[in-house]
Ligand binder design. Structure first.
Ligand code: GDP
Length: 312
């Protein structure tokens, strides 16, 4: 990408998209384009086509998606599959039609089989059954990867796909019914501290293991790969380090300053027991995460405190 290349960030207000905008601006890219949901519904093909025809972006980061935690995914599977298929179908096909030089599609580590060996290597994709709590979302994301590869094969496009692990940071979703565990715990501990409650409820057994990557690290990796990687092979992005939900809760309590008890609600699902990306391929490509979990939690909590009214 040249510093004045026209770069479209789809989903620029979200956790990933907003981190991409920060990273691109910090690196001196001057010609970014984006639209809010109110300005352009990405599920509406005609609206998206009008945008591509008029703006003619040279590079596209496809960070727009309907995302949610374990409860939202298992309650609204139809919305997750429909929205994500529509958004990616529109953007990927129009990126080809309007001769975008390169597109980066964001998948997710939850697309891998439920029982695949850990840490997860890229080649495990489509080797087994999916986790049932988010299989509709996963199928949509897998279709997006296949679509990028199919366009590359048939039309010679340069569309690449990356698989981030669990992400967190500014502009995360803090709604307790639809969020992922990290922002949910941040909000729960914060509110418990403010309201002087003596306990916080953590879903599940606390035993599942997850990996967490700060969104700005992900954005740096995406810009790096956009500038250096052209291949059909998908690329995992993460830290490669897993911690239990209990350990995460304890670290979060410390960062937020909550001193009460944790209570585990085992009527809520654990989901996949272990989910850690193998990031050795990314390392061979020359990139490694920099922001440690505690530092990231402190930065994310600082952002949350400054934006608590809009965030909740
Ligand atoms: P997943 O990584 O796709 O399973 O999605 P989540 O981030 O929603 O959940 C990860 C793990 O954290 C699961 O085992 C949840 O049961 C657990 N968890 C504990 N407390 C919470 C909470 O308050 N919200 C959410 N979403 N998950 C929680």
């Amino acid at each position: 990408m040249q510093k004045d290349s026209k770069i479209y960030i789809a989903g620029h207000r979200g956790l990933v998209g907003s981190a991409l905008v920060r990273e691109l601006l910090a690196q001196g890219y001057t010609n970014l384009v984006y639209r809010t949901h109110a300005q352009m519904d990405l599920q509406n093909q005609a609206a998206v086509e009008e945008f591509f025809a008029c703006e003619r972006p040279e590079y596209v980061f496809l960070a727009a998606a309907k995302v949610g935690g374990i409860l939202a995914n298992s309650t609204y599977p139809a919305d997750f599959i429909y929205s994500n298929l529509s958004i990616q179908n529109n953007i990927i096909s129009l990126a080809h039609k309007y001769q975008v030089k390169k597109l980066l599609f964001l998948g997710s580590s939850c697309i891998y089989p439920k029982n695949c060996p850990q840490p997860i290597k890229e080649e495990y994709l489509l080797t087994g059954e999916l986790e049932p709590t988010n299989d509709a979302y996963a199928i949509a994301k897998i279709a997006g990867i296949k679509m990028c590869q199919a366009y590359n094969k048939q039309y010679g496009t340069d569309f690449i796909s990356v698989m981030p692990t669990n992400l967190y940071g500014p502009n995360d979703n803090f709604d307790l019914n639809s969020s992922h565990v990290l922002p949910a715990l941040m909000r729960k501990f914060h509110e418990a501290k403010v309201n002087k409650q003596d306990k916080v409820v953590v879903w599940g057994t606390g035993k599942p293991i997850r990996e967490f990557l700060y969104a700005d690290d992900l954005a740096a990796a995406c810009v790096y790969l956009m500038n250096s990687y052209s291949d059909d092979k998908i690329v995992n992005i993460g830290t490669g380090i897993g911690i239990t939900i209990k350990e995460l809760a304890e670290a979060m309590a410390k960062v937020v300053g909550f001193e009460g008890q944790l209570e585990f609600d085992t009527t809520k699902p654990d989901g996949t027991m272990v989910k850690i990306n193998d990031v050795s391929y990314l390392k061979t490509l020359g990139w490694q995460a920099k922001i440690e979990l505690i530092t990231g939690l402190q930065m994310a909590y600082k952002w949350y405190l400054e934006n608590v009214d809009e965030a909740n």
